[in-house]
Design a protein around this ligand. Structure first.
Ligand code: AMP
Ligand code: MG
Length: 408
């Protein structure tokens, strides 16, 4: 049985970023850019008014100026402004030739008949309320580097610079296969001995949250032939999550079936509680990439712990983000706790903001372990917003001791 760190390293070694793909900009949010992108334009593409007001010659001292025209955003001014004149201009409109300042409407007074405007003194400085062409971006300038995470801001920049199609690392496709003769789909009534498949929907939700594109396969029976067919369907994804059937029971057929269809085992069983039966393997595909396969324990809490510790980082790596192990933060234990070692443990817990007023960055949040009935007790997790991570060794912890937690 290997430890969690060794297992994480093995997953990391096999979790390579997916080959990049061109997608329309409106499908690129949240993905990683796979090419350097330069701006196709100067931005703004013309000297642009930043206020509603009058375009004027800054050095002009004429108190009352003839209003020669009006220009709105989207229009092109057809007259030049010369001393003694002004042009009415709206925010976003191109500044007319000759003008080098925009005076805010609030700082002017126009004649009742609309033919002239008086510009309040002092005179505007040259460039006032004008965004010059190309000050934000120059054509040919590097806009975003390969590897950039495309948040809403980057999507807007790409749109501004005219990139309708972008090369990105695609969302990993994840197949979710729940196995067990006792399982029925969520919409079914329960016959004696049956339970609803909760892992399937949980793993689909978790995978989507991690940035993957999940797909639920049919429920697998504890039957080799049927499992084989479903596993083959699952292997068409970048990552396959099989839940259940990986322990030592008579009907735990998953490891054998995975091997039968040519998935190479990387490890089986790790020193983790809950989550000991975890199975991990890979299959090289004829199309050139590799499918990662996780056999997750059937117990829902174990499945979730394995997802958070191993699968979420793997999805991140496939998607071109960093493979970072579970992101732990420090917290102060709210009560004493005696941990019996044996295996590294992740226990459901509730994290609260640091005690005291005002909240201080120096004080750690406090964390309380939640009572639970073991790894089948999904309901105990309703109150949980983190797992407390405890080591393989036995430890006696006191109130206020600093421990590490994994937010969920
Ligand atoms: P297994 O790993 O197949 O031995 O399953 C361990 C425990 O998890 C058993 O009590 C199963 O009934 C339960 N279990 C397995 N798969 C699921 C699932 N998809 N949803 C809910 N519970 C499950
Ligand atoms: Mg089973």
């Amino acid at each position: 049985m290997i430890d969690v760190e060794t297992a994480l390293q093995l997953v990391k070694d096999h979790a390579a970023r997916l080959p990049p793909k061109r997608v329309p900009l409106d499908e690129a949010a949240g993905l990683i850019l796979a090419e350097d992108v330069t701006s196709g334009i100067d931005s703004p593409p013309y000297d642009k008014a930043l206020m509603d007001g009058y375009a004027v010659v800054a050095s002009d001292r004429t108190p009352e100026r003839a209003i020669i025209a009006s220009v709105a955003a989207g229009e092109v001014p057809r007259h030049a402004v010369i001393p003694g004149t002004a042009m009415r201009i709206m925010t976003g409109a191109p500044v007319p030739e000759g003008a080098d300042a925009v005076v805010r409407i609030e700082d002017t007074q126009s004649a009742e008949d609309g033919s002239t405007v008086t510009i309040g003194m002092p005179a505007p400085a040259p460039g006032k309320n004008i965004l010059r062409r190309g000050v934000a971006l120059r054509a040919g300038e590097l806009l975003l580097k390969s590897g950039a995470w495309l948040r809403a801001i980057e999507i807007a920049l790409l749109a501004e610079a005219g990139h309708a199609i972008v090369l990105v690392v695609p969302r990993p496709k994840v197949g979710v296969l729940s196995t067990g003769n006792e399982l029925v789909p969520v919409e079914s009534a329960l016959a004696p001995g049956e339970i609803r498949n909760s892992n399937g929907p949980m793993l689909v939700a978790a995978a989507a949250d991690a940035g993957a594109e999940p797909r639920a396969l049919d429920i697998g029976r504890d039957d080799r032939a049927q499992l084989r067919d479903l596993v083959k369907q699952g292997l068409e994804h970048n990552l396959l999550l099989v839940s259940g059937g990986v322990s030592a029971g008579d009907f735990d057929l998953v490891p054998a079936v995975l091997k039968e269809v040519g998935v190479t085992e990387v490890f089986h069983k790790i020193a983790l509680r809950p989550g000991k039966p975890l199975w991990f393997g890979i299959q090289k595909q004829s199309r050139g990439d590799t499918t990662l396969v996780f056999g997750l324990p059937g117990n829902p809490v174990s499945s979730l712990v394995c997802f958070e510790v191993f699968v979420r980082p793997a999805i991140a790596a496939l998607a071109g983000r960093e493979f970072a192990g579970p992101k732990m933060i420090p917290a102060a234990l709210a009560h004493p706790y005696e941990h019996t070692g044996g295996r590294a443990s992740y226990l459901p817990a509730r994290l609260e903001p640091p005690p005291g007023k005002p909240p201080s960055a120096e004080r750690l949040p406090s964390v309380k372990l939640l009572p639970w009935q073991g790894s089948a007790d999904l309901a105990a997790l309703r109150q949980a917003n983190c797992f407390v991570s405890l080591p393989g060794e036995s430890v006696k912890l006191a109130t206020g001791d600093t421990i590490r937690v994994l937010r969920i």
